[in-house]
Each structure stands twice: as structure tokens, then as C-alpha cells.
Design a protein around this ligand. Structure first.
Ligand SMILES: NC(=O)c1ccc[n+]([C@@H]2O[C@H](COP(=O)([O-])OP(=O)(O)OC[C@H]3O[C@@H](n4cnc5c(N)ncnc54)[C@H](OP(=O)(O)O)[C@@H]3O)[C@@H](O)[C@H]2O)c1
Length: 424
């Protein structure tokens, strides 16, 4: 028998308890051992629970961490602290650890993995990126022979749901956010999702593994979806694109380029059809080529699927080597986003007078930015809306051109700049 202690009994932990109960028989057959939930740490002991764990709930962390008969700690409380302190203690006390906590792993992953190694224990975190979609193990194991060149994905379900609904209903961000909160697809404080921070944490974990070099969330240029209007979605559609919150990282000349940003993605790109709360991650490597992982990136059951698989893996490999050790053996530079080359979409409003377009074109030309398309949209009064897509250019050249354009007396507003993917 293996005794486990679970920290937290919220959405994911409830799914973990249910999965261990519902699939108990074949999990025991697979592992050859019974998995026994010995204690569960919660914050509020009086809260009604959806699973029956009578006598097992506690508010004292030491009832799990100091109990020598508990061999695996499953951390499902979230946040940096006190989760970090609890897991350090668990590893130092000789316990294996499973966690779904992307915030913690993106900040302290290396330290925890080193601590796990020093204590000859496992630290598994498959559920921390893209919930039920296997991606950490494939990168570390199944694709281990590959030189990974690029990762591009949709790894936040809330924003993908919001953008899908905005696209289908022609609605604005705030309306759909309110609807998503009512349906439980967005949290009451949606900041981490809609500002792209959650996706940046996950991308930092994926890029660190893929490129064997530590990338922190702070190093990732991050732009959220709050500024996206239904106009941008409509114009993107007319130009053959959909807008998605894309997490992207590429290895180039030995350095890492990465960003999380709302992106116009060509309708022919495989990620363009990943809708609603679904997630997908495309990995480009040599020799494998392109591989795509698709599924539900969050929610009780998909996340529990990954957490319980980690528990099973540890149970099978109790005396074995570290299954998922730290693979950041290089120290690559992360390229500042202004040096990253890409195509860009720009929406701006200008005074609708002869000669204005020529001045704008000159500013782009003077800064080595060439344009792939220019469309003049709705004119209101004496104002015209311009929608432009550039050829590939570095962001600092684009910003220099936009600074000159902003200074023109005929420019009213440079409303938004978005990355474009999948055209060139
Ligand atoms: N939800 C998802 O779809 C999803 C997907 C992928 C990964 N994750 C990750 O999984 C983790 C758990 O997420 P969740 O959605 O299940 O969270 P949740 O529903 O908010 O549950 C958190 C649980 O932790 C407990 N807790 C919080 N602070 C505590 C403290 N100081 N001491 C003891 N217990 C404490 C709470 O206890 P009480 O119940 O007593 O309040 C609650 O049971 C997070 O790291 C999250 O990022 C979640």
C-alpha cells in the first residue's frame, strides 16, 4: 500500500479523489499497490465537500509532512506560498511530490527539481501545463532525441473561449468576459488569464524543457487580450486570419525568442481551428518534424487525469531513478522582444486627406518596414481607419516607424499592434 497526502481539496483535488476511487481496481492492477489517501490538508475544515473523506481532513500541514508513513505529497492548493515551503519540506522529509501548480514550477522549478534529486525523490508536474494534455512527458521523454526548434500553442482555455465567442457572436471583450464568468469559464478575478500571465508561466515551463535552458515568466514579453475589439476580429477575418492568444517560443542562433500575445493566425494554420476551452501545442523538432497535442487544457477531470498518472508513475518507480529530472543544462540568452522578427497587424485612425497615406508609407519605408497589405476601412467624419499588415520586420523598426507616424498631425490614434503568424 502507498499512503498519499493531498494538499487542497478544491476543483482538481476533488477530481483526483474521484478518479482514484472510480478507477481504483485497474490502478491497483497497474501498479500492484493500493493507493490510500491518508490525509488531506484544507484551509476551511467546515466547508461542505463533494467527496467523502471523513476523518481525513486536517488544517495542520505537519499531519501530512511529518507523517513518515505518507510517501507521496500531492499539492493542489495553488499559488507560490505556502506551497513552496510545504513542498521543500516534503522533499527534505523524503517524500515524492506531484503538483499541478504552474506558478510555483515556473518560479521555483529548478530549485525543487534539484532538491528532489538531492533527496533521490520524484517531482512530477504534468498537470501544470495544458491540464489533461500530455506535454511535459512527451517533451522530456518521447521527443528526447529531438532538437526542438519551436513551440507554438494555445495554452489558456479561458482566453480561447472568450476569443472564440467574440469571433462567433461579433461581441466585445467585456460582454463575453461577463458571460464566461457566469458559466464558470473565467474566474471572478480574471487578470492572470486575460493579461496572458497564466500562459506566460506555462510557456516558461515548456521553453525551459524544450530548449534545455531556464526561461522565467518575466523574460517572456506578454500581451493580454483586453485590448482586442470586435473590429480587430472582423478585420482579421476579412484578411484570412483568426485572433488567438498564442504562446510562442523559438530557438534561433542558439538564443531563445518567446512571447505570449494575441496573434492573427492564418486560417490554414492548424491552431486556427482550436476553439472554445480547448488547448493545443505544436512542437517543431528535428528529426520528428511537426507534432501537435490537442485536448482540454483545464477543468476538474482533464487535470485530475494528469495528476493521477503522475501518482501512478511514482508508485511504479518507487525505487527507480529520477523520472523527470531538471534538463536545463544550458544557459541561453532570451532575446528582447524588440529584436524579434515577425509580421505585424496595425490598426490606426488618421485624418482622411490627400497625401496622408504617402506620409505614413514614407515613415514605414524610412525604417525598413515593408507593407504586405493596406486596407482603408470605415470612415467616420473626416477620419479613416487604416488596417495594415507588414512583411517580416523586427519590432524595434516597426516601433520607430509608429513613433514617426504618431507624431504626424493627421494621426488620431494607433489603436493596436498585433503579431501575425502563418503567412510568411
Ligand atoms: N482548475 C483547473 O482547471 C486547473 C488546471 C490546471 C492546473 N490547475 C492548478 O491546480 C491547482 C489547484 O487548482 P484548483 O482549481 O483545484 O484550486 P481551488 O479549487 O481554488 O482549490 C484550492 C484548494 O486549496 C486549499 N487551500 C488554499 N490555501 C490553503 C492553505 N493555505 N492551506 C491549506 N489548504 C489551502 C483550499 O482549501 P479550502 O477548500 O478549505 O478553501 C482548496 O481546497 C492550482 O495550482 C492550479 O493552478 C488547475
Amino acid at each position: 500500500m502507498v499512503n498519499i497526502g493531498i494538499i487542497g481539496l478544491g476543483t482538481v483535488a476533488t477530481g483526483v479523489v474521484e478518479t482514484l476511487q472510480m478507477n481504483r481496481e485497474f490502478i491497483e492492477q497497474k501498479t500492484g499497490r493500493k493507493i490510500n489517501i491518508k490525509k488531506v490538508l484544507v484551509k476551511n475544515i467546515d466547508k461542505p465537500r463533494k467527496v467523502d473523506l471523513q476523518g481525513k481532513l486536517t488544517i495542520d500541514p505537519d499531519e501530512l509532512l511529518e507523517d513518515e508513513s505518507i510517501e507521496i505529497i500531492v499539492e493542489l492548493m495553488g499559488g507560490e506560498e505556502p506551497a513552496f515551503t510545504f513542498l521543500k519540506k516534503a522533499l527534505n522529509k523524503g517524500k515524492h511530490v506531484v503538483t499541478a501548480n504552474k506558478e510555483l514550477i515556473s518560479i521555483h522549478g529548478r530549485e525543487l527539481l534539484e532538491l528532489a534529486k538531492a533527496n533521490k525523490k520524484q517531482l512530477l508536474f504534468e498537470a501544470s501545463v495544458a491540464g489533461g494534455i500530455p506535454i511535459i512527458r512527451p517533451l522530456k521523454q518521447s521527443l528526447a532525441s529531438n532538437d526542438i526548434k519551436e513551440i507554438i500553442g494555445i495554452i489558456n482555455g479561458t482566453t480561447n473561449y472568450i476569443l472564440t465567442e467574440m469571433t462567433e457572436k461579433g461581441a466585445n471583450f467585456q460582454e463575453i468576459l461577463a458571460e464566461a464568468q457566469e458559466k464558470g469559464y473565467a474566474e471572478s478575478d480574471p487578470t492572470a488569464d486575460v493579461e496572458g500571465l497564466d500562459a506566460a508561466r506555462k510557456l516558461s515551463i515548456l521553453s525551459s524543457i524544450a530548449f534545455n535552458s531556464r526561461v522565467t515568466p518575466e523574460e517572456i514579453y506578454t500581451q493580454g487580450i483586453t485590448q482586442i475589439s470586435r473590429k480587430d476580429i472582423q478585420y482579421a477575418r476579412e484578411l484570412g486570419h483568426v485572433i488567438k492568444l498564442i504562446a510562442w517560443a523559438r530557438k534561433r542562433n542558439g538564443e531563445i525568442e518567446c512571447m505570449v500575445s494575441p496573434t492573427l493566425i492564418n486560417k490554414k494554420h492548424p491552431l486556427a481551428n482550436v476553439n472554445d476551452v480547448y488547448n493545443a501545442v505544436m512542437v517543431k523538432g528535428y528529426p520528428v518534424g511537426d507534432v501537435m497535442f490537442f485536448g482540454k487544457g483545464a477543468g476538474k477531470n482533464p487535470t485530475a487525469s494528469a495528476v493521477v498518472a503522475d501518482i501512478i508513475d511514482i508508485t511504479r518507480n518507487f525505487e527507480g531513478e529520477n523520472i523527470m529530472g531538471c534538463s536545463c543544462f544550458m544557459n541561453r540568452k532570451v532575446v528582447p522582444y524588440k529584436k524579434i522578427e515577425s509580421q505585424f497587424y496595425i490598426r490606426m485612425s488618421v485624418v482622411d486627406k490627400p497625401g496622408v497615406l504617402a506620409k505614413i508609407a514614407k515613415a514605414f519605408g524610412d525604417n525598413n518596414v515593408s507593407l504586405s497589405s493596406v486596407v482603408q476601412k470605415n470612415t467616420a467624419g473626416d477620419l479613416a481607419e487604416l488596417v495594415l499588415i507588414t512583411h517580416k520586420t523586427v519590432r524595434e523598426n516597426l516601433d520607430a516607424a509608429l513613433e514617426e507616424i504618431q507624431a504626424l498631425s493627421q494621426t488620431r490614434e494607433i489603436a493596436i499592434v498585433l503579431k501575425v503568424e502563418g503567412d510568411e
